[in-house]
Design a protein around this ligand. Sequence first.
Ligand SMILES: Nc1ncnc2c1ncn2[C@@H]1O[C@H](COP(=O)(O)OP(=O)(O)O)[C@@H](O)[C@H]1O
Ligand SMILES: [Mg+2]
Length: 243
Amino acid sequence: MQERRINDSIDRRHHDQDRRSSNVVWQNSEITKDHRNTLNKQKSAILWFTGLSGSGKSTIANIVEGFLHRNEIRTYILDGDNVRHGLNSDLGFSDKDRQENIRRIGEVSKLFIDAGVMVLTSFISPFIEDRQFVRNIVKTHEFIEVYVKCPLNVCEERDIKGLYARARKGEIKHFTGIDSPYESPLNPEITIDTSVSNESHAANIIISYLINNQYIQLQPANDARQSLLQKLMPHRKSVFCGI
Ligand SMILES: Nc1ncnc2c1ncn2[C@@H]1O[C@H](COP(=O)(O)OP(=O)(O)O)[C@@H](O)[C@H]1O
Ligand SMILES: [Mg+2]
């Protein structure tokens, strides 16, 4: 497998050299990431959720995004299934396609960081090398690896999409954990064991990390603004709200 991955990267490099123009020059813009982050009063970064199918990546990412949004933090979720419907609809699940899948997500995430947005990505992203690629294309503190750890047998019992059962029957090939490997992160910024922590506890761990490391600041809204917001959006929870 290692050999195949090396050959794949050589193929990709040759392909890239063929289509890459030698006349492309980076165009700088007057407004930078720092300006956008200052306007947004936040520090943009990627929360990169990785883990087996059914470990809880999408569930936790959604809870975290909901909390951040209610607290006026600009966010965007890139989720495996959705991205494969559009941007990456031409890719399958071979090692090579998984690598290209993650490369594109990484580049898109980098654009979101540049736009001053907190991006939450929810992909199995089983290979250390591919996750490292994304870590390397952004700045040190812009990549927060969240390892959503959960034993295979627990994910398989949950089997919310019925995919494990189908993979066991051989109806789905290259399924991570069954006939395709998952390489656990060696040094993730955050590890959550979802067979131990419930969903809101898991989300709390991530939010605390963002606050403690000054990615976000939560300001209680003043009373006048709070009552205006409540009039305009009666179903909206308090601006300074918990999970
Ligand atoms: N502690 C937990 N954290 C996240 N999800 C959990 C937890 N305990 C049980 N679950 C359940 O596990 C399932 C995880 O599914 P999902 O979030 O789609 O996983 P993934 O995106 O990693 O494939 C959901 O049905 C969720 O309700
Ligand atoms: Mg998911």
